[in-house]
Design a protein around this ligand. Structure first.
Ligand SMILES: Cc1cc2nc3c(=O)[nH]c(=O)nc-3n(C[C@H](O)[C@H](O)[C@H](O)COP(=O)(O)OP(=O)(O)OC[C@H]3O[C@@H](n4cnc5c(N)ncnc54)[C@H](O)[C@@H]3O)c2cc1C
Length: 398
């Protein structure tokens, strides 16, 4: 029988990468993380939610306390139209812990600190360009000419994964979703507290999300329809003052707090995320030889599902559990068996919101109608299976 592996190269230092590396360490496997960017801040702006299933997966490997200190509870999402009229509400299923709203920079910072505290190396400026397998290992080749070798290679390199293409040159890739995204944290707002709920409003010209806390601080994000894709780096060539002015003007006809929140934002606090991209619902091949995918590279739900990070965390933990108990080929097969049905179901059932954000006036009216119907029919209990998902780390995989 092939022996269990001892070492792993983890490509990508986003969310799935560091968590996979820490879970692998707990499984007795030595992992090193290789991140393309030279610094940790690039492309990591904005707020995001960690759902209860993501929190449970973190707890399964003793990482829950990494986010608890700065997570802000979020108990539901209220959908509104441009006039601030409520369309629908997505509440937490009864008995399920609230989602945690976290600032992406806080999350990445905490993950990096914890990864390094556990003695796991994260090497920056290492962009994977190729990988070559031999009978007893795999060698990663980086753009700077350096190499690294281990028993297996894990592609935690996000929605535009290079590892996915190395595994399957015909793999589907992301397509531009018609929106570019911005966000900021604000203090001293006069917008009333949203009482632990995220409000999302389909404005006449752009989509707004905001949550205001009882202490008058809050976060907002805007998805702006834009005809062509724009990376964060390209968008940052336009001064933040200009973006803020433009964003504010897009909400001139809306009756939501958009302008108050945007106008209160200091230019240096604006986070420019860039293009929002959509992945096809199914990535057909998750592993080949000594390579395997984890996180967005294998399964990226729409950004508004609030599940991308949580599913990535679950998969990172499950992959490590499988590799702990099985030789790598069997581990990859077991991992896919455990994960694929769940992630594809989540993707299928949470993709409804994004297309309406970039819709024209007619699309928005149709969507508002759909939301009102949905609100009458929807039962939060029906979504409990998404949130109420536990990983038993100690249970053997066979
Ligand atoms: C605007 C927006 C809002 C979102 N909001 C939420 C939310 O509220 N809740 C939620 O759960 N999810 C949200 N998501 C989705 C979430 O960000 C992703 O699901 C999550 O980041 C996936 O983690 P990952 O580690 O797989 O990929 P990433 O976090 O994308 O990390 C991949 C890493 O790999 C690196 N990399 C890429 N290529 C290479 C290479 N060739 N060599 C080495 N390194 C490489 C990248 O630099 C990056 O650091 C949102 C996404 C967007 C765009």
């Amino acid at each position: 029988m092939t022996p269990r592996i001892r070492t792993a190269l983890v490509i990508g230092g986003g969310i799935a990468g560091p968590i996979a590396a820490m879970a692998l360490q707990q499984a007795g496997i030595e992992a090193t993380v290789y991140e393309a960017y030279a610094d940790t801040a690039e492309g990591k702006g904005g707020g995001m939610t960690i759902a209860p299933n993501g929190q449970d997966a973190l707890d399964a490997v003793g990482l829950g306390d990494v986010i608890r200190p700065f997570g802000v509870p979020m108990t539901g999402i209220v959908m509104q139209d441009w006039a601030g009229r409520r369309l629908a509400e997505f509440g937490n299923p009864p008995g399920v812990a609230p989602m945690q709203l976290v600032w992406r920079t806080d999350l990445y910072g905490a993950l990096y600190t914890e990864t390094e505290r556990r003695g796991i190396r994260i090497e920056h400026g290492k962009r994977l360009v190729d990988a070559v397998e031999s009978a007893d290992g795999i060698t990663a080749h980086f753009a700077d000419g350096s190499q690294a070798t281990a028993d297996i290679l894990i592609g935690a390199d996000g929605i535009r994964s290079t590892v996915r293409t190395l595994i399957d040159p015909d793999a589907p890739g992301p397509s531009y979703g018609g929106l570019i995204s911005f966000g900021a944290q604000v203090t001293g707002t006069t917008t009333p507290s949203t009482r632990s709920k995220m409000n999302m409003s389909f404005g006449k010209q752009a989509f707004l999300g905001y949550q205001v806390l009882d202490d008058a601080s809050g976060i907002w994000f805007v998805n702006l329809p834009h005809p062509t894709p724009m990376s964060a780096a390209e968008a940052k060539k336009t001064p933040s003052e200009e973006w803020l002015k433009l964003l504010s003007s897009k909400f001139a006809d809306d009756r939501t707090p958009a302008r108050e929140l945007i106008d209160r934002t200091a230019p240096e606090d604006l986070i420019v995320v860039g293009s929002m991209e959509n992945m096809p619902p199914r990535v057909p091949v998750w592993s080949r030889g000594r390579m395997v995918l984890v996180g967005d590279s294998a399964h990226a739900p729409s950004s508004s599902s609030g599940q991308g990070a949580s599913l990535s965390i679950e998969s990172a933990v499950e992959l490590a559990r499988c590799l702990r108990d099985l030789p790598y080929q069997e581990a990859f097969a077991a991992y896919e068996r455990l994960r694929r049905p769940r992630v594809e179901r989540v993707i299928k059932e949470t993709t409804h919101k994004n297309s309406a954000k970039a819709a024209g006036p007619v699309g928005r009216v149709v969507f508002a109608l759909m939301m009102r119907i949905f609100d009458k029919l929807a039962k939060p209990e029906k979504m409990a299976w998404v949130f109420d998902h536990r990983i038993d780390w100690d249970a053997p995989v066979n």
